[in-house]
Write a protein that binds this ligand. Structure first.
Ligand SMILES: [Zn+2]
Length: 332
């Protein structure tokens, strides 16, 4: 099996939507591009144009080769400890009211059944290690997943998985409700697309469950040694901050705020900045508000090890891959 080298600071491959020029860009260039201070070097199209330059998969990416796709380890992060689950019942987590509403769709009393079939046929998403970790961080900060237990999956595809030719642009609804049957020829198990959000310009896969041969899984972040100097000092800082009252508002804006940040959450934000400063430039924005306010107040001393554990997934991927090597494989 092929294990790709992990590099969160990889140069990104760009293609201009206007003139089709292609080039490599680093995180600093992309930052300036998104602030309209850079544009396509050939035709001058900037980020405001509908035909703007966007991430694209380099021709050198080995994932253009079908046999390489099948021989490579792919990754996925999930809050489910038993993913992918063939016995998954999409109706198990919806309310009776929602069930009745779905049941009425179509007027033939089979609406719920059609909805469940569609849910079960949704494509699963696999990507690089970097894409899987970035996806988890995004869910933690954007979707109230801060205190959920996540699992990292390493995935092997079947040797006979059928792959749609080409690498395709990421569609607007790609992360959500993708039905391979609607995008590919009948019988296709794997669709390659350019990931423009996580590990941008890498190739990700939308796959049918049947394309997956086996998975290995570990809970993430990994446990951190509580005796680590930064972790124990951090715990002491947060226990102290939890005892302090919220700081008095100083500016007019602060006086108008209905919810003033607590001394604890201010200290946690400082701590996140300290850790983010040692991460690759493009990932620093992801290290904010990785906590749930209520759980944080209940157990402030637990946060520093979580934060260091999350940073280690980025800074020390070899330890993570080494641990995955020790875990038995489960056939799907
Ligand atoms: Zn151009």
């Amino acid at each position: 099996m092929i294990e790709r080298a992990v590099d969160f600071e990889r140069l990104r491959w760009m293609r201009c939507g206007t003139c089709s020029s292609e080039w490599h860009a680093n995180a600093e260039w992309l930052d300036r591009f998104h602030q309209r201070d850079e544009a396509c070097l050939n035709c001058g199209t900037n980020c405001e144009s509908e035909k703007r330059p966007d991430f694209w998969a380099s021709q050198d990416d080995p994932s253009h080769d079908d046999s390489k796709v099948r021989e490579t380890f792919w990754y996925h992060t999930s809050t489910h400890p038993n993913w992918p689950d063939r016995a998954f019942d999409p109706t198990a987590t919806i309310t009776d009211i929602t069930k009745r509403r779905l049941q009425e769709i179509g007027g033939d009393g089979r609406g719920l059944e059609r909805w469940a079939t569609r849910q079960k046929a949704k494509a699963l998403h696999l990507g690089t290690y970097e894409a899987a970790i970035e996806n988890m961080l995004r869910r933690m900060t954007d979707q109230n997943g801060a205190d959920e237990q996540f699992y990292l999956y390493r995935v092997r595809l079947r040797r006979n998985a059928s792959i749609e030719p080409g690498v395709h642009p990421e569609r607007a609804n790609m992360a959500g409700d993708v039905q391979l049957a609607e995008l590919c020829a009948a019988g296709v198990d794997v669709l390659r697309y350019v990931n423009t959000h996580e590990d941008p310009s890498s190739v990700s896969l939308a796959v049918r469950l049947e394309a997956i041969l086996a998975v290995q899984v570990i809970p993430v972040p990994l446990a951190v040694n509580a005796a680590d100097a930064w972790v124990s000092a951090g715990a002491a800082r947060l226990i102290e901050a939890a005892r302090l009252p919220a700081p008095e508002p100083k500016t007019k804006f602060e006086r108008m705020q209905r919810h003033r940040p607590s001394a604890l959450s201010i200290e946690v934000s400082k701590m996140e900045d300290e850790v983010a400063d040692r991460l690759p430039f493009g990932l620093r924005d992801r290290f904010h508000r990785l906590f749930d306010e209520e759980n944080l107040s209940a157990e402030p001393a637990a946060f520093p090890s979580k934060l260091i554990g999350l940073a280690a997934l980025v800074n020390d991927p070899l330890a993570v891959l080494g641990l995955l090597d020790t875990v038995p494989s489960r056939e799907v």
